[in-house]
Design a binder for this molecule. Structure first.
Ligand SMILES: [Zn+2]
Length: 81
């Protein structure tokens, strides 16, 4: 079972509140809050897995060759002016 909680979001500016507000502190509009259910658990797990996967891909893309070539190009040396 995934945990769910609801929060209220202003449709005008996206302001998030734990409880319904008649007037939005963000954009000062009235009655713009709508309740939305936030699903925790399965959604978070999915994102974590996705992030791990992309992180792994990035680490593979940035190889040692790139790092050493960056050093050769003088990234770590002071400006030559
Ligand atoms: Zn607002």
């Amino acid at each position: 079972m995934s945990k769910t909680k609801s929060a209220f979001f202003c449709q005008g500016c996206g302001y998030e509140s734990a409880k319904w507000l008649g007037k939005c502190p963000g954009c000062n509009n009235w009655n713009t809050f709508v309740e939305e259910v936030i699903v925790k658990g399965s959604d978070k797990k999915e994102k974590d897995e996705w992030r791990d996967y992309s992180g792994l891909g990035k680490q593979k893309t940035i190889s040692i060759n790139e790092v050493s070539s960056a050093e050769e190009k003088g990234y770590l040396q002071p400006m030559q002016n």
